[in-house]
Design a protein around this ligand. Structure first.
Ligand code: PMP
Length: 285
């Protein structure tokens, strides 16, 4: 079945969903995006994703394509038109269409706005049952990873490098410390039960799932330490996991060939995933 896609004001069949070759997203990766998970036909953490979108746009002095209420209406209509029960809505904003030039186009150039749905199993996943294997790679991205830009070439290469090593995903390392995963935030659980994940800053994306999960962890009485950790500390940890909008909380069972804990999904991770799913189902809109 062909999807219905949103392109600059129109809902069209995917084969007709086109943007200009002069779009700065295409030529310069001059664009930002968000991915919102859908469960039971409802949007998870929508407000958080829209707040981060507004921040990404502001950091790049890019015009907002629409207000939050309008974006919510577009998301909902797209979910409905595509009969999406479980999966995601991808949203991309670019600086618009202009002759190729490193300088930004004149103020007033309308931003481009594209949204599409993707069917995806998020609640039941093989990776959650078995846990994922991680390969460590150097973090060669630019230094404003807090802005969610469409410059995803290096994270794609990192993921391919991990796959070539027989792993599921990559964690990136800079100055001897783990920053984050190719498309997720990275965590370890220490032997005395503390949850450690890199502090916010320019080095990582401020995950919407990260914020929610850390909040739930504290509510559940767990101790959270927001600080960087090294590959050695990770390999010696009791548990490890990742979070993202679509992975939710997914266990990590191996890092660079070293088994984490028992080499099976840990208790803390399973508990956090259960809480996160319950909360997501309860608060989705
Ligand atoms: N870090 C990176 C580099 C990502 O691409 C993502 C996923 N967009 C995340 C972290 C997780 O963010 P979120 O929980 O908002 O999906």
């Amino acid at each position: 079945m062909s999807r219905t896609v949103y392109v600059n004001g129109d809902f069209v069949p995917e084969a007709e969903a086109k943007v200009s070759v002069f779009d700065r997203g295409f030529l310069m990766a001059d664009g930002v995006y968000e991915v919102t998970t859908v469960i039971g036909g409802k949007l998870v953490a929508f407000a958080g994703h829209m707040a981060r979108l507004a921040r990404s746009l502001a950091e790049l002095a890019m015009a907002a394509p629409a207000g939050e209420a309008e974006l919510l209406a577009i998301h909902r209509r797209l979910v409905e038109m595509n009969g999406l029960d479980e999966g995601l809505v991808y949203l991309q904003v670019t600086r618009g269409v202009a002759d190729r030039d490193f300088a930004f186009p004149a103020a007033g150039t309308p931003p481009s706005l594209v949204l599409f749905t993707q069917k995806l199993a998020v609640l039941e996943r093989e990776t959650v049952r078995r846990g994922i294997r991680i390969a460590l790679v150097p973090d060669l991205r630019w230094s404003r990873r807090d802005i969610k830009t469409v410059q995803l070439l290096y994270p794609s290469m990192a993921k391919m490098e991990a796959r070539a090593k027989g792993c599921d995903d990559a964690w990136m390392v800079e100055d001897g410390l783990v920053t984050e995963g190719s498309s997720n935030n990275a965590y370890i659980v220490t032997h005395d039960g503390r949850i450690v994940t890199r502090h916010l800053g320019h080095a990582i994306l401020h995950g919407i799932t990260r914020k929610a999960v850390l909040g739930f962890a504290v509510e559940a009485g767990l101790v959270v330490e927001e600080r960087a950790f090294s590959p050695d500390e990770a390999k010696a940890a009791k548990e490890a996991f990742i979070t993202s909008a679509s992975a939710f909380v997914t266990p990590v069972v191996e890092i660079d060939g070293v088994r984490i804990g028992e080499g099976i999904p840990g208790e803390t991770v399973r508990r956090l995933r259960t809480i996160y799913i319950a909360e997501s189902l309860a608060t989705a809109i």
